[in-house]
Design a protein around this ligand. Structure first.
Ligand code: FES
Length: 253
């Protein structure tokens, strides 16, 4: 899920924390001083949960042919005076397929979509009905992957949450796909144990650094291994079953 090297228009669609990978693409376009036509379209609940709002506004401002649309879905949200902020075009409500077609994304554009599966299938259908071919529509699910927990008969229930007991005082640990940030505590032996304490969907088998089932991209930060893995994971990946954070970390989990 990376920006194709092309000169055609680009449309970046995201919902909630799915903004993360497409924001990286917006950074790339700004860094290259791209003259491509760019659509930045984000949907979230309300301004309080609008991640990277200012960063995205500044990046869009650096692109001469970019336009930006934000959909706030909270029923109680009230759209401010048009033009009061000079920022993106703000719309109240869900992004309908008609609204996607009205964005005017041309048929030769490459579209990148990241968010929950329902969001992506709706936007994909709308873009296809606007003339984009399926090969120009690139998607990435941004949500937790299904757990692999061999032998566990009563999986954790409910949504990810802060770990039980007093908050840790160590480095911050953010589970990006699950949208949860907490602090490391020495009461946990490994990052995997902390994730389990938060009911983050986890994937493991050996729990000793042998099988690599738990391999997870480490987006930022550093860890150290409490048991050294049999084989090192690839660069940019970690094994949470046998590691602890030494700095603030952002895990793709
Ligand atoms: S669970 Fe086997 S290496 Fe982590």
């Amino acid at each position: 899920f990376v920006l194709a090297d092309a000169r055609t228009p680009v449309a970046l669609f995201s919902a909630g924390i799915g903004v993360t990978p497409v924001l990286a693409m917006l950074h790339q376009l700004a860094r290259e001083h791209s003259s491509r036509a760019v659509w930045w379209v984000h949907t979230t609940r309300d301004p309080g949960r609008h991640a990277f709002a200012e960063e995205a506004r500044q990046l869009v401002g650096r692109l001469p042919h970019a336009r930006s649309f934000v959909y706030y879905t909270a029923p109680e949200y009230t759209v401010p005076d048009p033009g009061a902020t000079g920022g993106p075009c703000v719309i109240h409500g869900r992004m309908t397929s008609g609204a996607v077609r009205e964005l005017g994304v041309p048929a030769d554009a490459h579209a990148y979509l990241c968010g929950p599966t329902g969001f992506m299938s709706d936007v994909t259908s709308a873009l296809q009905s606007a003339g984009l071919s399926g090969s120009n529509i690139h998607t990435e699910v941004f949500g937790a992957l299904a757990a692999i927990n061999p032998g566990v008969t009563s999986p954790g229930t409910g949504r990810p949450h802060q770990p039980p007991g007093p908050q840790g005082t160590g480095p911050s640990v953010t589970f990006a796909r699950s949208g949860l940030s907490t602090h490391w505590s020495d009461q946990y032996a490994t990052l995997l144990e902390l994730a389990e304490g938060c009911d983050i969907p986890t994937r493991w088998s050996c729990r000793t650094g042998v099988c690599h089932t738990c391999t997870t991209p480490l987006l930022t930060g550093q860890v150290q291994y409490t048991t050294h893995p049999l084989e090192d994971p690839d660069p940019g990946e970690v094994l949470p079953c046998c590691s602890v954070p030494t700095t603030d970390v952002l895990l793709d989990l």
